[in-house]
Design a protein around this ligand. Structure first.
Ligand code: AFP
Length: 345
């Protein structure tokens, strides 16, 4: 597909005359417009009164920043006139029914990575487009494999959109002069193998044995059983980590850990893990809890958390094998393992 193609031209070509596809592209176009407004706020930061300061907590107890609330409002206003049956947001306890007869519904994390706003780091908006089922109450309990489209905006040095409509992954960057998103990469493929992992290593003592073993092997580098050195990244912003993986491969882990409230990890299934998993698979990667494919999970609750391991296919599969390996489970209590520790003192 020719570079420089505008998002509108790209979306029109996808939709044709199919009414559901047309509804999907109208939503993507509206989210793109909303993202330029959010991007402008972020670029202005304190000059636009954006402090990154906590304003309280959202419905599920997470710290809510001023821009979380403003981004949510901007997105809802952009979607309001469109054929959307229901919307679910990280910033609201319950989903909201808009036009029940509409063919699609949206789940959104209006501003992911907001704890990074006051440090001038990349943050983003993540969205998932689902078909509206016969029983609208079941909209957000559909497995991620039902998604019609998914994507995320990264508000970084460039404002970019990573998008899948179910036929591969394409990336667009905002041309501010023309106020248009333009295609910069099409048919993105994640390298199958990689030498880069992303995990918050400060939680190492809380991880389950399979994750401990995987990271330990990476840290052992060329002298260990992997026979090669690895690099580590941790940005604290899911969209930035995903964008890097789509650019040069790698694996991202936010696993379950033993801390209170982290028994199912930190990330939300419906509006973070599912859209990311759809994108990863469409780009030739994989996304798993370590035991199950993310897209096969049927959400039990709107803000349900899930362990997320995603990125280069071979690495995700290695972690799944480790989770299935009975030896690893028993090794956790073995004296040797107890003293191995990730960072030898
Ligand atoms: P915030 O939206 O609260 O900043 O959380 C961002 C996030 O959900 C995800 O984008 C990061 O990968 C992850 O949390 C970082 O979590 P830690 O702060 O525990 O490392």
């Amino acid at each position: 597909m020719n570079p420089g193609l505008s998002l509108h031209q790209y979306l029109d070509a996808h939709a044709g005359t199919d009414p559901i596809r047309r509804a999907v592209i109208e939503v993507v176009a509206a989210l793109a417009q909303a993202s330029t407004e959010i991007s402008d706020l972020i670029r202005s930061g304190a000059l636009a009164g954006i402090t990154g300061q906590a304003q309280g907590r959202n419905a599920d107890g997470d710290v809510q920043k001023d821009l979380d609330v403003r981004a949510d409002r901007i997105i809802r206003a952009a979607l309001e006139p469109l054929p959307v049956a229901a919307i679910a947001s990280e910033e609201a306890m319950e989903s909201e029914i808009l036009y029940p007869a509409a063919p699609i519904s949206i789940a959104v994390d209006p501003l992911d990575g907001s704890s990074n706003i006051d440090t001038n780091m990349s943050v983003g908006t993540i969205f998932s487009v689902l078909p509206t089922p016969r029983d609208i109450r079941a909209t957000f309990t559909q497995p991620g494999a039902s998604q019609l489209a998914a994507g995320f905006f990264v508000y970084g040095p460039q404002t970019s959109l990573v998008l899948t409509l179910g036929r591969g992954v394409d990336i667009f960057t905002l041309d501010r002069g023309a106020n248009l998103f333009k295609l910069i990469r099409s048919a993105v493929q994640i390298p199958a193998d990689t030498a880069e992992f992303a995990i918050n290593a400060s939680n190492q003592r809380h991880w389950e044995p399979p994750v401990q073993a995987f990271i330990e092997d990476c840290m052992a580098g060329a002298s260990g059983e992997r026979g090669k050195d690895f690099n580590m990244r941790w940005i604290g912003s899911l969209v930035a980590e995903a964008y890097r993986i789509l650019t040069r491969g790698g694996i991202f882990l936010y696993p379950a850990d033993a801390r209170e409230g982290y028994g199912e990890g930190r990330l939300r299934l419906v509006y973070e893990a599912n859209p990311m998993a759809f994108i990863m698979e469409q780009a030739g990667g994989e996304a798993s809890t370590g035991r199950q494919r993310i897209l096969d999970l049927a959400p039990g609750a709107l803000h349900q958390r899930v362990p997320l391991i995603m990125g280069s296919r071979d690495k995700v599969r290695r972690l799944e094998r480790l989770h299935m390996s009975p030896d690893i489970k028993s090794e956790k209590n073995a004296p040797l393992f107890a003293h191995r520790g990730l960072f030898r003192n």
